[in-house]
Design a protein around this ligand. Structure first.
Ligand SMILES: Cc1cc2nc3c(=O)[nH]c(=O)nc-3n(C[C@H](O)[C@H](O)[C@H](O)COP(=O)(O)OP(=O)(O)OC[C@H]3O[C@@H](n4cnc5c(N)ncnc54)[C@H](O)[C@@H]3O)c2cc1C
Length: 449
Protein backbone atom coordinates (compact mmCIF):
# COMPACT_ATOMS: atom_id res chain seq x y z
CA UNK A 1 0.00 0.00 0.00
CA UNK A 2 1.42 3.38 -1.06
CA UNK A 3 0.45 6.55 0.82
CA UNK A 4 -0.23 9.95 -0.74
CA UNK A 5 -1.61 13.26 0.45
CA UNK A 6 -3.94 13.25 -2.55
CA UNK A 7 -5.16 10.80 -5.14
CA UNK A 8 -6.84 12.22 -8.25
CA UNK A 9 -8.97 9.93 -10.43
CA UNK A 10 -9.07 11.08 -14.07
CA UNK A 11 -6.64 13.22 -16.08
CA UNK A 12 -9.06 15.50 -17.93
CA UNK A 13 -9.10 19.29 -17.36
CA UNK A 14 -10.43 18.86 -13.79
CA UNK A 15 -8.03 16.12 -12.69
CA UNK A 16 -4.98 17.64 -14.35
CA UNK A 17 -5.57 21.08 -12.84
CA UNK A 18 -6.28 19.53 -9.44
CA UNK A 19 -3.09 17.47 -9.48
CA UNK A 20 -0.89 20.41 -10.53
CA UNK A 21 -2.36 22.81 -7.97
CA UNK A 22 -2.03 20.22 -5.20
CA UNK A 23 1.60 19.65 -6.12
CA UNK A 24 2.20 23.43 -6.18
CA UNK A 25 0.85 23.46 -2.63
CA UNK A 26 3.40 20.83 -1.59
CA UNK A 27 1.25 17.69 -1.65
CA UNK A 28 2.44 14.24 -2.69
CA UNK A 29 0.05 13.47 -5.53
CA UNK A 30 -0.98 10.35 -7.45
CA UNK A 31 -2.99 10.77 -10.65
CA UNK A 32 -4.75 7.76 -12.17
CA UNK A 33 -5.98 7.75 -15.77
CA UNK A 34 -7.57 4.81 -17.52
CA UNK A 35 -7.49 6.11 -21.06
CA UNK A 36 -5.80 9.20 -22.55
CA UNK A 37 -4.21 12.10 -20.69
CA UNK A 38 -6.18 15.30 -21.34
CA UNK A 39 -9.55 13.54 -20.99
CA UNK A 40 -12.61 14.21 -23.13
CA UNK A 41 -11.68 17.82 -23.78
CA UNK A 42 -8.36 17.10 -25.41
CA UNK A 43 -9.03 13.71 -26.98
CA UNK A 44 -12.71 13.56 -27.91
CA UNK A 45 -14.15 17.05 -27.27
CA UNK A 46 -13.03 20.69 -27.35
CA UNK A 47 -9.70 20.27 -29.14
CA UNK A 48 -10.61 17.87 -31.97
CA UNK A 49 -13.88 19.70 -32.73
CA UNK A 50 -12.15 23.08 -32.84
CA UNK A 51 -9.37 21.62 -35.01
CA UNK A 52 -11.99 20.49 -37.54
CA UNK A 53 -13.86 23.80 -37.20
CA UNK A 54 -10.62 25.66 -37.94
CA UNK A 55 -10.13 23.51 -41.04
CA UNK A 56 -13.59 24.59 -42.26
CA UNK A 57 -12.79 28.20 -41.37
CA UNK A 58 -9.59 27.97 -43.41
CA UNK A 59 -11.57 26.79 -46.46
CA UNK A 60 -13.87 29.76 -46.05
CA UNK A 61 -10.86 32.12 -45.77
CA UNK A 62 -9.35 30.67 -48.94
CA UNK A 63 -12.65 31.28 -50.72
CA UNK A 64 -12.57 34.90 -49.50
CA UNK A 65 -8.97 35.51 -50.57
CA UNK A 66 -10.07 37.15 -53.80
CA UNK A 67 -11.29 40.13 -51.74
CA UNK A 68 -7.62 40.80 -50.97
CA UNK A 69 -6.53 40.34 -54.59
CA UNK A 70 -4.99 36.96 -53.73
CA UNK A 71 -5.73 34.02 -55.96
CA UNK A 72 -5.62 30.82 -53.91
CA UNK A 73 -6.42 27.53 -55.51
CA UNK A 74 -8.60 25.06 -53.56
CA UNK A 75 -7.54 21.51 -54.28
CA UNK A 76 -9.69 18.51 -53.37
CA UNK A 77 -9.31 17.89 -49.63
CA UNK A 78 -9.18 14.48 -47.98
CA UNK A 79 -11.40 13.83 -44.95
CA UNK A 80 -9.27 10.84 -43.90
CA UNK A 81 -6.12 12.97 -43.99
CA UNK A 82 -7.81 15.72 -41.99
CA UNK A 83 -8.76 13.19 -39.28
CA UNK A 84 -5.19 11.90 -39.31
CA UNK A 85 -3.85 15.46 -38.80
CA UNK A 86 -6.37 15.99 -36.01
CA UNK A 87 -5.19 12.78 -34.32
CA UNK A 88 -1.52 13.84 -34.60
CA UNK A 89 -2.28 17.21 -32.98
CA UNK A 90 -4.28 15.57 -30.21
CA UNK A 91 -1.42 13.14 -29.58
CA UNK A 92 1.08 16.00 -29.33
CA UNK A 93 -1.09 17.92 -26.88
CA UNK A 94 -1.71 14.80 -24.79
CA UNK A 95 2.07 14.29 -24.57
CA UNK A 96 2.30 17.93 -23.43
CA UNK A 97 -0.14 17.23 -20.59
CA UNK A 98 2.00 14.28 -19.43
CA UNK A 99 5.10 16.47 -19.53
CA UNK A 100 3.35 19.21 -17.54
CA UNK A 101 2.33 16.69 -14.87
CA UNK A 102 5.77 15.11 -14.79
CA UNK A 103 7.38 18.53 -14.29
CA UNK A 104 5.51 18.71 -10.97
CA UNK A 105 6.69 15.23 -9.90
CA UNK A 106 3.13 13.98 -9.91
CA UNK A 107 3.06 10.21 -9.95
CA UNK A 108 1.08 8.95 -12.95
CA UNK A 109 -0.55 5.58 -13.20
CA UNK A 110 -2.36 4.19 -16.24
CA UNK A 111 -5.23 2.03 -15.14
CA UNK A 112 -8.85 2.04 -14.03
CA UNK A 113 -9.49 3.25 -10.48
CA UNK A 114 -12.26 1.97 -8.22
CA UNK A 115 -12.77 2.65 -4.52
CA UNK A 116 -12.16 -0.20 -2.09
CA UNK A 117 -12.91 2.12 0.86
CA UNK A 118 -13.26 5.89 1.48
CA UNK A 119 -9.48 6.20 1.72
CA UNK A 120 -8.32 3.44 -0.60
CA UNK A 121 -8.38 3.08 -4.35
CA UNK A 122 -7.76 -0.07 -6.31
CA UNK A 123 -6.16 0.36 -9.73
CA UNK A 124 -6.58 -2.26 -12.42
CA UNK A 125 -3.89 -2.11 -15.10
CA UNK A 126 -4.50 -3.15 -18.70
CA UNK A 127 -2.63 -6.45 -18.05
CA UNK A 128 -5.16 -7.28 -15.32
CA UNK A 129 -2.75 -6.58 -12.44
CA UNK A 130 -4.28 -4.71 -9.47
CA UNK A 131 -2.70 -2.48 -6.82
CA UNK A 132 -4.09 -0.52 -3.89
CA UNK A 133 -3.28 3.08 -3.08
CA UNK A 134 -4.21 5.12 -0.03
CA UNK A 135 -4.47 8.88 0.48
CA UNK A 136 -5.64 11.40 3.06
CA UNK A 137 -7.80 13.09 0.40
CA UNK A 138 -9.25 11.91 -2.91
CA UNK A 139 -10.58 13.96 -5.82
CA UNK A 140 -12.89 12.24 -8.28
CA UNK A 141 -12.51 13.82 -11.71
CA UNK A 142 -13.82 10.96 -13.84
CA UNK A 143 -15.68 13.21 -16.27
CA UNK A 144 -18.71 12.27 -18.34
CA UNK A 145 -19.82 10.02 -21.18
CA UNK A 146 -22.37 10.57 -23.99
CA UNK A 147 -25.92 9.71 -22.95
CA UNK A 148 -28.15 7.73 -25.28
CA UNK A 149 -31.86 8.32 -25.95
CA UNK A 150 -34.32 5.67 -24.77
CA UNK A 151 -35.02 3.32 -27.67
CA UNK A 152 -31.86 4.31 -29.58
CA UNK A 153 -28.74 2.61 -28.31
CA UNK A 154 -25.39 3.50 -29.85
CA UNK A 155 -24.27 0.77 -32.24
CA UNK A 156 -21.26 3.00 -33.08
CA UNK A 157 -21.82 2.33 -36.79
CA UNK A 158 -25.09 3.99 -37.78
CA UNK A 159 -26.11 5.41 -34.39
CA UNK A 160 -23.00 7.20 -33.32
CA UNK A 161 -21.88 9.44 -30.46
CA UNK A 162 -19.56 12.45 -30.62
CA UNK A 163 -16.44 10.31 -30.09
CA UNK A 164 -17.40 8.07 -33.03
CA UNK A 165 -18.07 11.14 -35.18
CA UNK A 166 -14.55 12.42 -34.49
CA UNK A 167 -13.05 9.09 -35.49
CA UNK A 168 -14.84 8.54 -38.80
CA UNK A 169 -12.40 7.98 -41.61
CA UNK A 170 -14.92 8.56 -44.37
CA UNK A 171 -17.21 11.55 -44.64
CA UNK A 172 -20.83 10.35 -44.51
CA UNK A 173 -22.95 11.48 -47.45
CA UNK A 174 -25.77 12.38 -45.10
CA UNK A 175 -25.83 12.98 -41.36
CA UNK A 176 -28.78 13.39 -39.01
CA UNK A 177 -27.78 15.27 -35.87
CA UNK A 178 -30.16 14.74 -32.96
CA UNK A 179 -29.83 17.53 -30.40
CA UNK A 180 -29.44 21.24 -31.02
CA UNK A 181 -27.20 22.08 -28.06
CA UNK A 182 -23.64 23.35 -28.52
CA UNK A 183 -22.23 19.93 -29.44
CA UNK A 184 -25.00 19.18 -31.98
CA UNK A 185 -24.71 22.63 -33.58
CA UNK A 186 -20.93 22.35 -33.89
CA UNK A 187 -21.02 18.91 -35.50
CA UNK A 188 -23.82 19.97 -37.88
CA UNK A 189 -21.82 23.03 -38.91
CA UNK A 190 -18.52 21.14 -39.32
CA UNK A 191 -19.88 18.17 -41.27
CA UNK A 192 -21.91 20.43 -43.53
CA UNK A 193 -18.86 22.61 -44.23
CA UNK A 194 -16.88 19.45 -45.05
CA UNK A 195 -19.47 18.43 -47.64
CA UNK A 196 -22.04 16.17 -45.92
CA UNK A 197 -25.76 16.75 -46.26
CA UNK A 198 -26.86 17.58 -42.73
CA UNK A 199 -30.25 17.54 -41.00
CA UNK A 200 -30.42 18.82 -37.41
CA UNK A 201 -33.38 18.13 -35.14
CA UNK A 202 -34.03 19.59 -31.69
CA UNK A 203 -36.82 18.67 -29.28
CA UNK A 204 -37.19 22.15 -27.77
CA UNK A 205 -38.62 25.08 -29.70
CA UNK A 206 -35.24 26.78 -30.07
CA UNK A 207 -31.68 25.69 -30.68
CA UNK A 208 -29.31 26.09 -27.73
CA UNK A 209 -32.15 25.67 -25.21
CA UNK A 210 -31.97 28.19 -22.37
CA UNK A 211 -29.78 30.54 -24.39
CA UNK A 212 -30.75 34.10 -25.43
CA UNK A 213 -33.49 33.56 -28.02
CA UNK A 214 -32.19 36.22 -30.42
CA UNK A 215 -28.73 34.65 -30.37
CA UNK A 216 -30.17 31.15 -30.84
CA UNK A 217 -32.21 32.39 -33.79
CA UNK A 218 -29.08 33.83 -35.41
CA UNK A 219 -27.26 30.53 -34.91
CA UNK A 220 -30.17 28.80 -36.62
CA UNK A 221 -30.01 31.25 -39.52
CA UNK A 222 -26.28 30.56 -39.84
CA UNK A 223 -26.94 26.81 -40.09
CA UNK A 224 -29.68 27.40 -42.68
CA UNK A 225 -27.30 29.59 -44.70
CA UNK A 226 -24.85 26.69 -44.68
CA UNK A 227 -27.58 24.57 -46.32
CA UNK A 228 -28.40 22.52 -43.21
CA UNK A 229 -32.00 21.43 -42.69
CA UNK A 230 -32.93 22.57 -39.18
CA UNK A 231 -36.08 21.52 -37.33
CA UNK A 232 -37.01 22.53 -33.79
CA UNK A 233 -39.91 21.27 -31.64
CA UNK A 234 -39.37 17.77 -33.08
CA UNK A 235 -40.63 14.86 -30.97
CA UNK A 236 -39.67 11.96 -33.24
CA UNK A 237 -36.82 11.50 -35.68
CA UNK A 238 -37.79 8.02 -36.86
CA UNK A 239 -38.34 9.07 -40.48
CA UNK A 240 -35.11 10.99 -41.10
CA UNK A 241 -33.23 8.24 -39.21
CA UNK A 242 -34.23 5.84 -42.00
CA UNK A 243 -32.83 7.99 -44.80
CA UNK A 244 -29.57 9.32 -43.35
CA UNK A 245 -26.27 7.41 -43.49
CA UNK A 246 -25.35 8.22 -39.90
CA UNK A 247 -27.30 9.44 -36.90
CA UNK A 248 -25.29 11.40 -34.39
CA UNK A 249 -26.98 11.47 -31.00
CA UNK A 250 -25.87 14.68 -29.31
CA UNK A 251 -28.53 15.07 -26.66
CA UNK A 252 -26.25 15.47 -23.69
CA UNK A 253 -23.72 13.79 -21.48
CA UNK A 254 -23.94 12.01 -18.16
CA UNK A 255 -21.64 11.87 -15.20
CA UNK A 256 -19.18 8.96 -15.44
CA UNK A 257 -19.64 7.12 -12.15
CA UNK A 258 -20.16 3.59 -13.43
CA UNK A 259 -16.74 2.05 -12.74
CA UNK A 260 -15.84 3.85 -9.50
CA UNK A 261 -17.51 1.50 -6.96
CA UNK A 262 -18.84 4.54 -5.10
CA UNK A 263 -21.08 2.29 -3.02
CA UNK A 264 -17.96 1.32 -1.05
CA UNK A 265 -17.55 4.91 0.12
CA UNK A 266 -21.01 6.22 0.97
CA UNK A 267 -20.58 9.07 -1.54
CA UNK A 268 -24.05 10.21 -2.63
CA UNK A 269 -24.71 10.40 -6.34
CA UNK A 270 -27.63 10.27 -8.74
CA UNK A 271 -28.42 10.52 -12.44
CA UNK A 272 -27.22 14.14 -12.41
CA UNK A 273 -23.82 13.26 -11.01
CA UNK A 274 -21.93 13.12 -7.75
CA UNK A 275 -23.46 15.43 -5.14
CA UNK A 276 -21.06 18.06 -3.83
CA UNK A 277 -21.39 21.09 -1.57
CA UNK A 278 -20.24 24.57 -2.59
CA UNK A 279 -16.67 23.60 -1.67
CA UNK A 280 -16.89 20.57 -3.99
CA UNK A 281 -16.74 18.11 -1.11
CA UNK A 282 -18.95 15.04 -1.46
CA UNK A 283 -21.15 13.60 1.27
CA UNK A 284 -18.04 11.79 2.56
CA UNK A 285 -15.44 13.95 4.30
CA UNK A 286 -12.15 14.00 2.44
CA UNK A 287 -13.58 12.94 -0.91
CA UNK A 288 -14.10 15.74 -3.41
CA UNK A 289 -15.51 15.74 -6.95
CA UNK A 290 -14.68 18.18 -9.74
CA UNK A 291 -15.62 18.65 -13.38
CA UNK A 292 -18.32 16.91 -15.43
CA UNK A 293 -18.62 14.11 -12.88
CA UNK A 294 -20.45 16.47 -10.47
CA UNK A 295 -22.95 17.28 -13.25
CA UNK A 296 -22.84 21.03 -12.69
CA UNK A 297 -21.56 22.46 -15.92
CA UNK A 298 -20.15 20.09 -18.59
CA UNK A 299 -17.60 22.65 -19.73
CA UNK A 300 -13.84 22.19 -19.78
CA UNK A 301 -12.93 25.54 -18.26
CA UNK A 302 -15.42 25.07 -15.41
CA UNK A 303 -13.93 21.60 -14.89
CA UNK A 304 -10.46 23.18 -14.81
CA UNK A 305 -11.57 25.83 -12.30
CA UNK A 306 -13.31 23.21 -10.16
CA UNK A 307 -10.17 21.05 -10.26
CA UNK A 308 -8.06 23.91 -8.91
CA UNK A 309 -10.64 24.71 -6.25
CA UNK A 310 -11.13 21.08 -5.17
CA UNK A 311 -7.37 20.72 -4.71
CA UNK A 312 -7.12 23.93 -2.68
CA UNK A 313 -10.13 22.98 -0.55
CA UNK A 314 -8.86 19.41 -0.08
CA UNK A 315 -5.61 20.90 1.23
CA UNK A 316 -7.18 23.33 3.65
CA UNK A 317 -9.04 26.31 2.17
CA UNK A 318 -12.81 26.77 1.79
CA UNK A 319 -13.55 28.58 -1.46
CA UNK A 320 -16.52 28.45 -3.81
CA UNK A 321 -17.11 29.19 -7.50
CA UNK A 322 -19.59 31.70 -8.94
CA UNK A 323 -21.22 29.83 -11.80
CA UNK A 324 -23.52 32.58 -13.06
CA UNK A 325 -20.69 34.61 -14.64
CA UNK A 326 -19.09 31.79 -16.60
CA UNK A 327 -19.26 32.53 -20.34
CA UNK A 328 -20.38 30.01 -22.98
CA UNK A 329 -19.67 29.80 -26.68
CA UNK A 330 -20.70 27.76 -29.67
CA UNK A 331 -18.58 27.38 -32.80
CA UNK A 332 -21.28 27.96 -35.36
CA UNK A 333 -20.81 30.09 -38.49
CA UNK A 334 -20.26 32.75 -37.26
CA UNK A 335 -19.53 31.78 -33.64
CA UNK A 336 -21.84 32.88 -30.84
CA UNK A 337 -21.14 33.51 -27.17
CA UNK A 338 -23.05 34.54 -24.11
CA UNK A 339 -22.68 35.36 -20.43
CA UNK A 340 -24.99 36.28 -17.59
CA UNK A 341 -28.56 37.34 -18.14
CA UNK A 342 -30.23 36.27 -21.40
CA UNK A 343 -33.13 37.97 -23.21
CA UNK A 344 -32.26 41.24 -21.44
CA UNK A 345 -34.34 43.17 -23.97
CA UNK A 346 -37.45 41.34 -22.72
CA UNK A 347 -36.61 41.54 -19.02
CA UNK A 348 -38.20 44.00 -16.61
CA UNK A 349 -35.75 46.40 -14.98
CA UNK A 350 -33.04 45.87 -17.61
CA UNK A 351 -31.79 48.00 -20.48
CA UNK A 352 -29.89 46.74 -23.49
CA UNK A 353 -27.59 48.23 -26.08
CA UNK A 354 -26.69 46.63 -29.38
CA UNK A 355 -23.99 47.31 -31.91
CA UNK A 356 -23.83 45.70 -35.35
CA UNK A 357 -20.48 44.45 -36.58
CA UNK A 358 -21.44 45.84 -39.99
CA UNK A 359 -20.48 49.22 -38.49
CA UNK A 360 -17.20 47.98 -36.98
CA UNK A 361 -14.17 48.77 -39.12
CA UNK A 362 -12.10 45.72 -38.11
CA UNK A 363 -15.00 43.37 -38.95
CA UNK A 364 -15.19 45.18 -42.30
CA UNK A 365 -11.46 44.63 -42.95
CA UNK A 366 -11.74 40.95 -42.03
CA UNK A 367 -14.77 40.49 -44.25
CA UNK A 368 -16.72 39.20 -41.22
CA UNK A 369 -19.46 41.77 -41.04
CA UNK A 370 -22.21 39.45 -39.88
CA UNK A 371 -22.89 39.76 -36.18
CA UNK A 372 -23.47 42.06 -33.23
CA UNK A 373 -22.78 42.68 -29.58
CA UNK A 374 -25.67 42.99 -27.16
CA UNK A 375 -25.13 44.28 -23.62
CA UNK A 376 -27.65 44.12 -20.80
CA UNK A 377 -27.50 46.23 -17.64
CA UNK A 378 -29.68 47.10 -14.66
CA UNK A 379 -31.79 50.10 -15.58
CA UNK A 380 -31.48 51.70 -12.14
CA UNK A 381 -27.70 51.37 -11.66
CA UNK A 382 -26.28 50.70 -15.12
CA UNK A 383 -24.41 47.68 -13.71
CA UNK A 384 -23.74 45.20 -16.52
CA UNK A 385 -25.57 41.92 -15.99
CA UNK A 386 -24.93 40.07 -19.21
CA UNK A 387 -24.18 40.11 -22.87
CA UNK A 388 -24.19 38.16 -26.09
CA UNK A 389 -21.88 38.28 -29.08
CA UNK A 390 -22.47 36.93 -32.55
CA UNK A 391 -19.53 37.09 -34.94
CA UNK A 392 -15.93 36.13 -35.54
CA UNK A 393 -13.98 36.01 -32.30
CA UNK A 394 -17.12 35.90 -30.12
CA UNK A 395 -15.57 33.18 -27.96
CA UNK A 396 -12.55 35.41 -27.24
CA UNK A 397 -14.41 38.67 -26.66
CA UNK A 398 -17.11 37.30 -24.37
CA UNK A 399 -14.57 37.12 -21.52
CA UNK A 400 -14.44 40.94 -21.48
CA UNK A 401 -18.17 41.06 -20.75
CA UNK A 402 -17.85 38.17 -18.27
CA UNK A 403 -15.23 40.15 -16.37
CA UNK A 404 -17.50 43.21 -16.35
CA UNK A 405 -20.43 41.15 -15.00
CA UNK A 406 -18.30 39.46 -12.33
CA UNK A 407 -16.77 42.77 -11.19
CA UNK A 408 -20.08 44.71 -11.23
CA UNK A 409 -18.76 47.16 -13.79
CA UNK A 410 -21.32 49.67 -15.07
CA UNK A 411 -22.15 50.90 -18.57
CA UNK A 412 -20.78 54.30 -17.56
CA UNK A 413 -17.44 52.84 -16.48
CA UNK A 414 -17.17 50.70 -19.58
CA UNK A 415 -18.01 53.57 -21.91
CA UNK A 416 -15.15 55.59 -20.34
CA UNK A 417 -12.65 52.80 -21.17
CA UNK A 418 -10.59 53.25 -24.33
CA UNK A 419 -10.51 50.18 -26.57
CA UNK A 420 -7.87 49.52 -29.22
CA UNK A 421 -8.75 50.58 -32.77
CA UNK A 422 -9.37 48.93 -35.15
CA UNK A 423 -10.61 45.96 -33.14
CA UNK A 424 -13.82 43.99 -32.93
CA UNK A 425 -13.73 44.54 -29.16
CA UNK A 426 -14.65 48.17 -29.82
CA UNK A 427 -18.15 46.85 -30.57
CA UNK A 428 -18.48 46.01 -26.85
CA UNK A 429 -17.66 49.60 -25.98
CA UNK A 430 -20.11 50.86 -28.59
CA UNK A 431 -22.87 48.54 -27.32
CA UNK A 432 -22.37 49.96 -23.79
CA UNK A 433 -22.63 53.49 -25.16
CA UNK A 434 -25.71 52.47 -27.16
CA UNK A 435 -27.37 51.17 -23.98
CA UNK A 436 -26.86 54.65 -22.53
CA UNK A 437 -28.32 56.18 -25.70
CA UNK A 438 -25.08 57.97 -26.57
CA UNK A 439 -23.11 55.87 -28.98
CA UNK A 440 -21.15 58.30 -31.12
CA UNK A 441 -20.61 55.63 -33.77
CA UNK A 442 -24.32 55.08 -34.39
CA UNK A 443 -26.73 57.30 -36.27
CA UNK A 444 -29.24 59.14 -34.08
CA UNK A 445 -32.19 56.88 -34.98
CA UNK A 446 -30.31 53.77 -33.83
CA UNK A 447 -29.36 55.15 -30.41
CA UNK A 448 -31.70 54.46 -27.50
CA UNK A 449 -33.08 57.80 -26.38
C1 LIG B 1 -17.68 16.94 -28.78
C2 LIG B 1 -17.42 17.77 -27.56
C3 LIG B 1 -16.99 19.08 -27.71
C4 LIG B 1 -16.74 19.86 -26.58
N1 LIG B 1 -16.31 21.13 -26.75
C5 LIG B 1 -16.05 21.89 -25.66
C6 LIG B 1 -15.55 23.20 -25.80
O1 LIG B 1 -15.33 23.70 -26.90
N2 LIG B 1 -15.30 23.91 -24.67
C7 LIG B 1 -15.54 23.39 -23.43
O2 LIG B 1 -15.31 24.07 -22.45
N3 LIG B 1 -16.02 22.15 -23.27
C8 LIG B 1 -16.25 21.38 -24.34
N4 LIG B 1 -16.68 20.10 -24.18
C9 LIG B 1 -16.87 19.59 -22.80
C10 LIG B 1 -15.53 19.19 -22.17
O3 LIG B 1 -14.88 18.26 -22.98
C11 LIG B 1 -15.77 18.62 -20.79
O4 LIG B 1 -16.55 19.52 -20.05
C12 LIG B 1 -14.44 18.40 -20.06
O5 LIG B 1 -13.63 17.50 -20.75
C13 LIG B 1 -14.71 17.90 -18.65
O6 LIG B 1 -13.49 17.71 -18.01
P1 LIG B 1 -13.35 16.64 -16.82
O7 LIG B 1 -11.94 16.70 -16.38
O8 LIG B 1 -14.41 16.84 -15.85
O9 LIG B 1 -13.65 15.23 -17.51
P2 LIG B 1 -13.01 14.50 -18.74
O10 LIG B 1 -12.36 15.44 -19.67
O11 LIG B 1 -14.08 13.62 -19.27
O12 LIG B 1 -11.85 13.60 -18.11
C14 LIG B 1 -12.14 12.55 -17.24
C15 LIG B 1 -11.01 11.55 -17.34
O13 LIG B 1 -11.20 10.56 -16.32
C16 LIG B 1 -10.83 9.31 -16.82
N5 LIG B 1 -11.50 8.28 -16.01
C17 LIG B 1 -12.84 8.05 -15.92
N6 LIG B 1 -13.08 7.05 -15.05
C18 LIG B 1 -11.88 6.66 -14.59
C19 LIG B 1 -11.47 5.63 -13.69
N7 LIG B 1 -12.36 4.85 -13.08
N8 LIG B 1 -10.15 5.47 -13.46
C20 LIG B 1 -9.23 6.27 -14.07
N9 LIG B 1 -9.57 7.23 -14.95
C21 LIG B 1 -10.86 7.43 -15.20
C22 LIG B 1 -11.31 9.35 -18.27
O14 LIG B 1 -10.63 8.41 -19.07
C23 LIG B 1 -10.99 10.79 -18.65
O15 LIG B 1 -9.71 10.90 -19.23
C24 LIG B 1 -16.92 19.30 -25.29
C25 LIG B 1 -17.32 17.98 -25.13
C26 LIG B 1 -17.56 17.21 -26.26
C27 LIG B 1 -18.00 15.79 -26.08
Amino acid sequence: MNDYNLIVIGAGPAGTAAAVRASQLGAKVLLIEKSSFGGTCLNWGCIPTKFLWEACNTVSKIKKSVSYAITAEMKEHSFALLIEKKNKNVELLSKGVRQLLASYNIELIEGSAAFSSAKTVEVKRSNGQTENYQAEKIIIAAGSVPSAIPGYQFDHIKFIDSTDALNLTELPKSLLVVGGGAIGVEFASIFSALGAQVHLVEKQNQLLPGEDSELAEEVKKGLLRQGIKVETGVSSFEEPAKTNDKILIATGRKSNTASLALEKTGVKYGPKGIEVNEFLETSVEGIFAAGDVDGRSFLAYTAHAEGVLAAENALGTKKAITYSTIPKAVFSVPPAASVGIVNGDKTEGMITGKFDLAANSRAFIEGERRGWVKITAEKSTGVITGGQILGAGAEELISIIALAVKQNISLHQMSREIFFHPSISEAIHSACEAALGKCVDLPRFKNRS
